[in-house]
Design a protein around this ligand. Sequence first.
Ligand code: CTP
Ligand code: MG
Length: 245
Amino acid sequence: MPDCILESVSVAERTVDFVAVLVMAGSGERLGAGVPKAFVMLGGLPLWRHSANTLASLPGCRQVVLVVPADRVARTVGETQDFPVPVRVVPGGARRQDSVGMGLGAATARATVVAIHDAARPMLSRETALAVIREASRSGAALAAVPVRDTLKRVRADGTVESTLDRASLWQAQTPQAFRVEVARAAHAEAARQGLEATDDAALVEALGLSPVHVVRGDPWNFKVTEKPDLEVAEMLLARAGGTP
Ligand code: CTP
Ligand code: MG
């Protein structure tokens, strides 16, 4: 085998040190379960525990930061004794963006990359997470995404169609979204300074031009549990897979 191929294999499989920030401080209004969404039981575990287990067990994971509702901090700490890596549990903020900011503030381990993940996506695979983390280490910023499958319409307030979008270049953003640590910190600090708001972290990096942002093709199983049918689908998939995503 030529040397260049050997080298590209070892680069692709290099372990990247990372901190995982799991945001789980939302109230889960659309699910309407009576408890915050991340704490709903799924396959015998609290929903957040599925992706936390996946991230904590990846090679290179140096720390997991759990960003939880303020009144859940103590209780959650009590549920983290069996993690294979150091865990910090901190309270979140009013918006997702605030919760991520709190998580970044609590990330103390030395690492090249921070991987930010919605606990509401319990079916995260090891392959997707590692691919996003590796791409972020290489290029600065990366997120899991899937190509849009349906035709998308722009609709006016009165319910009539204004236009049909060309879906060829459209992708649905997921998490994890991973960044070199300095890129993520700069994005959140600068967004706070400028009053910039976005529903995901990559959008802050894009808007501020801090790094090119690469998509990594994820998989449709990594959907976000948002409403009740999503929870039922996740329950069925986990049962079929024997409990592990
Ligand atoms: N999140 C958070 N802090 C917030 C809002 C959201 O940490 N202030 C987290 C959620 O816990 C979730 C992820 O961000 O893991 C994605 O948000 P979303 O799916 O909107 O969850 P919720 O805000 O909890 O749900 P809803 O919007 O239905 O209330
Ligand atoms: Mg929300």
